[in-house]
Design a protein around this ligand. Structure first.
Ligand SMILES: NC(=O)c1ccc[n+]([C@@H]2O[C@H](COP(=O)([O-])OP(=O)(O)OC[C@H]3O[C@@H](n4cnc5c(N)ncnc54)[C@H](O)[C@@H]3O)[C@@H](O)[C@H]2O)c1
Length: 330
């Protein structure tokens, strides 16, 4: 039996918790033994986040050892792996600590708030021989899995140009409002823009050229407009969380292949060809369930990371931090 824990039990920690309980039931060879959060009281509370409601009403938390200090938890529990869903500025210190103490680490995206921190995490994984994965969830999401398939199988020819966008009202719901503080979240450019940059790198490789501009009106880096060339593919990414509060979250892409134009708008996908338009079948399944499952299969069953290899996530972070430097407030 492999024991594991969750560190950081807010919106994403609780989302992972419910998926992990399902996987625990299916596999029967892993056991959630402990949960760590800044305060114990909020652990048992259901939560409403922008992804929906996380209902914990029927959960018996007496089965778990609860901690406020992950170092104490690592010392007292016999852990094989942890899921880190802390505010981003804490990913590096918690991941490095766990790796150095022989514990495999899954951490939420974005990997960390500086490139140096990303490198420290990779070094700690290498030195410890333990596994490190970053949950870039779009890689596990049906409409993006379709793009990966099409760029790899060449069904519609080469990708010529691509546009990705992600827009939201200002996120004012996080613990201690850490999300709006650049030194804690990296702001929109690191927190939200990273999703589509990761798609670009995953699909087309790291860009050869990049032009980027950010605005800094409501908070630092609330929006980023970027243009890239990845090999022969021209890519545009628009990310914005500086929108007025009544605006609903919106995301999508359009990719022009030689023989088709593939458009995704808030989960609805259409393929336009010269012979007509249709809605393709896409992989089902919850992206968060799929990503934590890939980590567990890597750690417990020794399977390779087929989707979220850490070196490709590092390439993503290199692009993001370069853009941050280029588009800083003058
Ligand atoms: N993949 C996605 O789609 C997605 C969506 C939202 C958030 N995230 C990422 O998940 C991470 C967590 O975000 P969230 O929205 O769950 O944040 P959150 O503010 O809801 O939760 C963070 C939790 O960490 C706890 N915490 C803070 N400091 C701590 C400490 N020192 N020790 C123990 N616990 C501590 C807080 O009590 C809180 O419950 C972030 O990196 C964020 O970018 C990813």
């Amino acid at each position: 039996m492999k024991n594991f824990a969750i560190i950081g039990f807010g919106g994403l920690g609780k989302t992972h918790f419910l998926n992990l309980l399902k996987i625990e039931k299916e596999r029967k060879d892993i056991r959630l033994s402990a949960i760590c959060n800044a305060d114990i009281e909020s652990i048992t509370k259901s939560i409403k986040i922008n992804l929906g409601n996380v209902n914990l009403d029927d959960i018996d938390f007496s089965r778990y050892n609860l901690y406020t200090d992950y170092k104490e938890m690592v010392a007292k529990e016999d852990l094989d792996f942890v899921f880190i869903a802390l505010p981003t500025y804490l990913h590096c210190e918690a991941a490095v600590y766990c790796l150095e103490h022989g514990v495999n680490v899954y951490t939420e995206k974005p990997m960390a708030i500086t490139l140096t921190q990303c490198e420290q995490m990779m070094d700690a994984a290498k030195k410890s021989g333990k596994k490190l994965m970053v949950g870039q969830c779009l890689r596990f999401t049906g409409e993006y899995e379709l793009l990966k398939e099409l760029t790899e199988n060449g069904k519609y020819g080469k990708p010529i140009k691509a546009e990705f966008y992600r827009r939201s009202a200002l996120p004012t719901w996080s613990f201690d409002n850490w999300l709006l503080k650049d030194d804690k979240s990296g702001s929109c450019i690191v927190d939200m823009h990273v999703h589509d940059v990761d798609q670009m790198v995953w699909l087309f490789g790291a860009p050869d050229t990049c032009m980027t501009m950010s605005t800094h009106q409501m908070v630092d880096y609330e929006s980023t407009y970027s243009l890239y060339k990845c090999g022969e593919t021209v890519v545009m990414i628009l990310t914005d969380w500086g929108i007025h509060s009544s605006f609903p979250f919106r995301y999508g892409y359009s990719v022009t292949f030689e023989d088709a134009y593939v458009v995704s708008r808030d989960g609805k996908i259409t393929v336009y060809t010269n012979d007509g338009a249709f809605e393709p079948e896409i992989n089902g399944g919850d992206c968060y369930h799929k990503e934590v499952n890939e980590f567990i299969e890597a750690v417990v069953d020794g399977k390779p990371f087929k989707t979220a290899d850490i070196s490709s996530v590092y390439e993503t972070m290199k692009v993001v931090f370069k853009e941050k430097e280029i588009s800083k407030k003058k």
